[in-house]
Design a binder for this molecule. Structure first.
Ligand code: ECS
Ligand code: CA
Length: 211
């Protein structure tokens, strides 16, 4: 995107505006406990490696890394570059699947380095929530400091879906599931999510792409 912007092929208006976006929210299960067991230098190394790999998986699928919230990663699809609703979902789900695969690789590496395993630290597991809805996206802040982000209940729903997911699974809303092949989704029922008035229907997405 930077290259295309530099060549004048791409102009992005980052003024906050309402948009249909897909939000992916992932978080490590039990990270706080893990950070209490490991040395602080080790936890920093592990977290940075983790965040770098998650970022790679998101960028490879054309997502925007909105922010890191400690060990959580928030990515958005459909902004700043517009994408169809279907394409947003395709990319978000492909990202989540790539993230799970990358985490398997990382766990193998950490095991061989002795960071996890016999020392009582279990393999790192993550949970992921994906939701599609309207949000206000753009630059927020002032001259001294500003961030590009998405604001609105849709963001909260993605984060709360993540909390409701079983470890190492991808949980999506019905809005997202409608764009997916029925062979790769399983109904997870109605969920009461913190801060969301109405129940949200959850769907578990299979962890590897179907061929
Ligand atoms: C983190 C979160 C992370 C920061 C967000 C917030 C809504 C606006 C803000 C994305 C987390 C969770 C749940 C939540 C819910 C609200 C999220 C917040 O930018 O398990 O680890
Ligand atoms: Ca966390």
């Amino acid at each position: 995107m930077v290259q295309r912007a530099a060549q004048g092929e791409l102009a992005l208006d980052l003024t906050p505006e309402p948009r249909l976006v897909t939000v992916l929210f992932s978080d490590i299960v039990g990270f706080t406990r893990m950070s209490n067991i490991l040395q602080s230098s080790r936890i920093a190394e592990l977290l940075n490696e983790y965040l770098a790999e998650m970022t790679r998986a998101i960028f490879a699928n054309g997502g925007t890394v909105d922010k890191f919230v400690g060990d959580a990663v928030m990515a958005i699809y459909g902004s700043p570059e517009e994408l169809t609703a279907q394409e947003q979902v395709r990319r978000a789900v492909a990202s989540a699947q790539a993230m799970l695969k990358a985490l398997d690789k990382l766990n193998e590496r950490w095991q061989s380095l002795g960071l996890i395993g016999d020392n009582g630290v279990p393999p790192v597991k993550f949970r992921c929530g994906i939701h599609q809805g309207n949000a206000v996206v753009g630059m927020f802040g002032g001259a001294e400091r500003s961030d590009y982000t998405a604001i609105g209940p849709s963001v909260n729903i993605a984060a709360r879906l993540q909390e409701a997911a079983e470890p190492n699974t991808i949980l999506v809303s019905a809005t997202v599931a409608q764009y997916l092949d029925s062979r790769m989704v399983r109904n997870y029922g109605a969920l009461k999510l913190k801060g969301i008035d109405e129940d949200v229907l959850g769907f578990v997405v299979s962890r590897s792409p179907i061929s």
